[in-house]
Design a binder for this molecule. Structure first.
Ligand SMILES: C[S@@+](CC[C@H](N)C(=O)[O-])C[C@H]1O[C@@H](n2cnc3c(N)ncnc32)[C@H](O)[C@@H]1O
Length: 295
């Protein structure tokens, strides 16, 4: 029977529901202990505005839940919140129902390679993962090479033309059950930095004794592209039609809900059928747009 998804809660299959179990996490990664602090009501937590603490928490989560023992990102690169990233995977898994030998393409995998890690270790999916940043590809390759359980599961490809998304990555002989993407959001580096400052200021509110700093990095191309999320989605929608017979479901995270309608408009003109999957975590709502050209 399908489990009911309550508003504000992560997907029922997401193992990151509820509070982090620091006892288990510290047992699996003792170096996390130095970052564990108590919140005002005496519960264990970390300082989420401290980038080193967040990276260490991620390392512990990735080791505990995905059996990936060696994971790191270079200084300044995007450090992904794991529970939300896992939610995307569990929602799209529903589109595939019980299909075997699933092949997924992750567009813009980043230095962190998070979607291939979660998808391959949770559902056994085989991944192709692209990025335009050679440093990201290099780091993602390092993660794969240092973990035996990722070695035959993930192939990385450098997208050599930053104006392309699927072109140059999907070859004639390729077939994918699904593509996924967490697109660059901002339309300029300045916007990306401002948004990050706002986020850190909010995290620091009422917590004056913790040190201030950027809680996530993000190299230029990771967080922004000309035209921001809307233009990236438009480009992805248009290019997807060229691969209509090679991919069953195309999907993308959409952070700004105002970008949903214009993207669907482009897709419907191209003959795609669209579906919006709504995900929520507390007050935060995010959406995955899924589309197919199959009849
Ligand atoms: C918001 S980050 C997402 C990284 C990672 N998937 C995550 O969720 O943490 C967007 C990524 O897309 C990459 N990117 C930007 N344009 C791209 C393109 N045309 N093709 C492939 N990757 C691209 C960036 O370099 C960056 O790593």
């Amino acid at each position: 029977m399908k489990k009911e998804i309550k508003k504000g809660e992560l997907h029922p299959n997401n193992p990151h529901k509820g509070r982090y179990n620091f006892e288990v996490l510290v047992k699996n990664l003792p170096e996390l202990k130095t970052f564990v602090i108590k919140n005002p009501v005496g519960e264990e937590t970390i300082d989420f505005s401290d980038n080193n603490a967040v990276i260490c928490l991620n390392r512990a989560l990735i080791k505990t839940y995905y059996n990936v023992n060696s994971w790191d990102i270079p200084a300044g690169f995007l450090c992904p919140p794991i529970p939300g990233r896992a939610d995307y995977i569990h929602y799209i898994a529903e589109l595939l129902s019980k299909k075997k030998d699933v092949r997924v393409l992750d567009i813009g995998t980043g230095a962190n390679c998070i979607y291939p890690i979660i998808g391959s270790q949770t559902y056994g999916w085989r991944y192709t993962a692209s990025d335009i940043d050679p440093k990201s590809i290099e780091n993602a390759q390092r993660i794969i090479d240092s973990n035996d359980n990722l070695k035959n599961k993930v192939d990385l490809k450098l997208q050599k033309d930053k104006n392309n998304i699927f072109i140059g990555i999907i070859k004639d002989e390729d077939r994918f059950d699904l593509t996924m993407c967490n697109p660059p959001f901002h339309s300029s580096l300045e916007d990306a930095l401002k948004a990050n400052k706002r986020k850190v200021d909010n995290l620091n509110k009422g917590n004056k004794d913790i040190k201030k700093g950027l809680n996530f990095g993000g190299q230029k191309a990771e967080l922004w592209c000309p035209g921001g999320e809307r233009l990236f989605l438009k480009k992805m929608a248009k290019e997807s039609a060229l691969f209509a017979t090679q991919v069953y479901y195309f999907t993308s995270l959409i952070s700004n809900k105002d970008n949903i309608k214009p993207t669907i408009k482009v897709l419907e003109k191209l003959g795609a059928k669209c579906r919006v999957l709504e995900m929520s975590q507390g007050q935060k709502i995010s959406r995955v747009l899924a589309w197919t050209f199959k009849k």
